[in-house]
Design a protein around this ligand. Structure first.
Ligand code: SF4
Ligand code: SF4
Length: 292
């Protein structure tokens, strides 16, 4: 693999850096799983001694939230890299084969949908139990803990703020820090490849219609934490496999109405305060799951 990666690097194209970024993202995820293993509170079934209330993670199905459309597309890219001979790497069309022609594997689903569990968490304290501590069980534990964090907030405003913070931070880690937009001299990968979108020459999609968005800081960060901008990926990146969908984010599915989700993902260039205000105003007719 190391040799293949060196060869891909030597191609020095936008596509080859994209493949390397995808590889790095998977490596980073492996490390994260090791970290989560150290901090998990999951009890292996064989070690469960007391008769205590449990949340049985093996009976929960989280496949559509863990193996998202994007995850399956990027996994297909990694499988192509592993599968293709290193002699093929320098041949024309290698990156196209890797990025666009990998086989997308479907994942079997069984059990109660994770979101249904998050909506109806038991009031009493329960321990997490599973046969194995692996990426799946750790993911379920993490998402249920997020739901508990949300429900700990006493009022609806606090709960929406918590959801916003958790999802925004996740997108910063998974989308922004993995460098899929790959800015070079203020131009993103889509702009360098002369796609119809975005039409402007610099600053990626932070070029707001006719000018650079005033909310963009000099260091390239968004000063207002706009969720729609953060979750958006352009047609160029989506075609390569990078894309986030509200219905694949468990916290959104468990606690937001369709109207709230639509607002979150479609209102660009808004401040976090504006978005949260709107969520709260839509919430008049919607209670956020269990009252504490
Ligand atoms: S999502 Fe925006 S910044 Fe990223 S590559 Fe696409 S147009 Fe560029
Ligand atoms: S609001 Fe959107 S366009 Fe403006 S800086 Fe933030 S992310 Fe960029």
């Amino acid at each position: 693999m190391e040799e293949k990666l060196e060869l891909i690097k030597s191609l020095n194209t936008d596509d080859s850096s994209f493949i390397l970024n995808v590889y790095e993202a998977f490596e980073k995820n492996k490390k994260l799983i090791q970290e989560k293993k150290k901090n998990t509170k999951i009890i292996l079934r064989k070690n469960l001694k007391e008769d205590v209330p449990i949340i049985d993670l093996d009976k929960i199905d989280a496949s559509k939230y863990l193996y998202t459309t994007m995850r399956k597309r990027l996994e297909a890219i990694m499988n192509q890299v592993k599968k293709l001979d290193k002699e093929e790497i320098t041949k024309e069309g290698y990156t196209t084969k890797v990025i666009y022609e990998g086989e997308i594997k479907e994942v079997n689903q069984s059990g109660t949908d994770l979101v249904e569990i998050m909506k109806k968490l038991p009031k009493q304290k329960a321990v997490f139990v599973a046969d194995k501590i692996n990426e799946e069980s750790l993911f379920k534990e993490e998402q249920i803990n997020y739901a508990l964090e949300v429900l700990k907030e006493k009022n609806i405003e606090g709960r929406y703020k918590k959801i916003y913070d958790i999802v925004y931070e996740y997108l910063m880690r998974d989308f922004i820090s993995n460098n899929y937009c790959d800015f070079k001299n203020d131009r993103c990968i889509a702009q360098r490849n002369k796609q119809k979108y975005p039409k402007q020459k610099k600053d990626g999609c932070c070029f707001n219609g006719i000018t650079r968005c005033v909310k963009l800081k000099k260091n390239g960060e968004c000063s207002v934490r706009c969720m729609a901008c953060r979750i958006f990926s352009c047609p160029y990146l989506t075609k390569m496999g990078v894309g986030y969908w509200a219905y694949e984010i468990p916290l959104f599915q468990a606690f937001l109405t369709g109207r709230q989700k639509s607002y979150m993902v479609a209102r660009f260039f808004k401040t976090e305060e504006t978005i949260l205000k709107k969520l709260n105003s839509y919430a008049k007719h919607h209670k956020i799951s269990r009252e504490q």
